[in-house]
Design a protein around this ligand. Structure first.
Ligand code: SAM
Length: 211
């Protein structure tokens, strides 16, 4: 299996295409199968975060599409981090194309080593936690740097599409799918009591409230 970073570097351009910035067979196929669910979680995340001057960190921001949408017509202060330089290059390029470069910051950083000297009101981790064998370490990092709310998507285990996704990722990158029980156990392990789990499409949309 490739290292996760090598995998994401090589997958960056095709992943970006899911958001419709490039047409390819991959774009077409994946859009058809997955876009519904990705779109729901995307819109829900943007709606959840107030438009006033709150600070947000997008952990594993990829090519930056959540950040762009959050930045548009708002006072929000946004930082996107990703350990793939190629993803961050794509994000920076798109932000210039959209004229958002002064409203956003992007940084190459591995969340497991990231120690900012500040906290953020909101942390979002979309399409991210499933790539870690120890999700508790990732949530601990998010708890350490967040003031108000952490928003996480967890892909749902079971069903044909989940099985198909598992097959696609086999030997390419670690991938863990979740049941609602798995998420509850994870929260218990971390002593998190104030959280909500909502099933949206092929994801569980989890909100952890910290105040
Ligand atoms: C499926 S993409 C999701 C991108 C974005 N959140 C979205 O939904 O459009 C997962 C991203 O996580 C990044 N990533 C994986 N492990 C990481 C780590 N340890 N630290 C920072 N980023 C990481 C990958 O480079 C990739 O860009």
């Amino acid at each position: 299996m490739k290292s996760n970073k090598l995998f994401w570097d090589s997958y960056a351009s095709d992943f970006d295409a899911i958001y419709g910035t490039k047409n390819s067979w991959f774009n077409y196929t994946i859009n058809k199968l997955f876009r519904g669910s990705m779109k729901i979680r995307f819109e829900k995340t943007i709606r959840m975060i107030p438009e006033e001057k709150v600070s947000i960190i997008d952990i594993g921001c990829g090519p930056g599409h959540y950040c762009f949408s959050l930045a548009q017509n708002s006072e929000r202060e946004i930082l996107g981090i990703d350990f793939s330089e190629i993803m961050i290059k794509l994000a920076s390029k798109h932000s210039e194309e959209l004229g958002l470069e002064n409203k956003l910051k992007f940084e190459v950083a591995n969340i497991l080593e990231f120690e900012p000297n500040r906290k953020f009101d909101y942390s979002i981790m979309m399409g991210f936690i499933e790539y870690f064998e120890h999700p508790e370490l990732i949530i601990k990092r998010a708890l350490a740097i967040t003031n108000r709310t952490i928003i996480i998507s967890f892909p749902v285990v079971g069903g044909f599409l989940a099985f198909q996704r598992k097959l696609r990722y086999k030997r390419r990158c670690f991938l863990q799918l979740y049941s609602q029980e798995d998420i509850r156990r994870l929260m218990e392990l971390l002593n998190i009591s104030s959280y909500a789990i909502e099933k949206i499409g092929r994801d569980f949309f989890v909100t952890i409230n910290l105040n």
